[in-house]
Structure formats: C-alpha cells, structure tokens
Design a protein. Structure first.
Length: 119
C-alpha cells in the first residue's frame, strides 16, 4: 500500500510561481500510473505566470476563488469545481480572494520540466 501525506511533501515554488507539493509522480515512486498529482496554492491577490504544457491538465479547486485563464478565455472559479486544460493551452490562474486559492493538479501524462513552457 502506498500512502503519501501532504504534510510530508516538500513545498517549492513552481515555474509558474504557485506553491506546489507533489503527491504522486511515477518517476519518484514505484507507482503504476501515467499521471502526476500535486497540491498547489496561489496566495491572495497573486496570479500564476502564464505557461503551457504539452500535456493535458486538470485543476480541482479545494478552497478560495479566482479567475482561470485558458487561451484567451476567462471564467470565475471556486471551491468544488474541476477545470480541464487542453494540451498546449496558454493558462494561468488569478487569486481574486483574500485567502489562499488551493487546488489539486493532475497532469496526464505525468509532468516533466521539458514539457512546460513559462511564457
């Protein structure tokens, strides 16, 4: 059985300036998965840097509110919503609230540095 505790994951600043903790990645544990799974935070009134991935991504908003920007489209997002981000889409998320915007990120296939371009 494999269990990973968020509190034991190292927090780091991702290339898009969000605070990230990687929970699952097939290259970092003996897992038979093809996706990566991370916990992200964007601080109040901050915005992640525009970026694009070669792969698809899904955000699931756990807490907070903001505006998701994908390829020129913008929509308000909040707790309980899932957002699909197609491959090669220019994306960034803006925290419009006074508390942390907290969300989960699933990248499929698994995130690799060479698959991300910060714009």
């Amino acid at each position: 059985m494999f269990i990973k505790d968020l509190r034991e994951c190292e927090e780091f600043t991702a290339g898009d300036d969000s605070l990230l903790r990687e929970l699952l990645h097939p290259a970092k544990a003996d897992l038979k998965i093809r996706y990566s799974f991370a916990h992200a935070i964007v601080k109040p009134f901050h915005t992640s840097k525009p970026h694009r991935l070669k792969t698809s991504e899904v955000y699931y908003i756990l807490d907070g509110e903001g505006i998701m920007h994908i390829d020129g489209e913008s929509e308000k997002v909040s707790q309980g919503q899932a957002i699909y981000i197609p491959p090669r889409s220019k994306q960034y998320i803006q925290n419009t609230g006074s508390s942390d915007l907290v969300f989960l990120c699933i990248v499929d296939p698994a995130w690799r540095r060479e698959d991300e371009e910060v714009l």
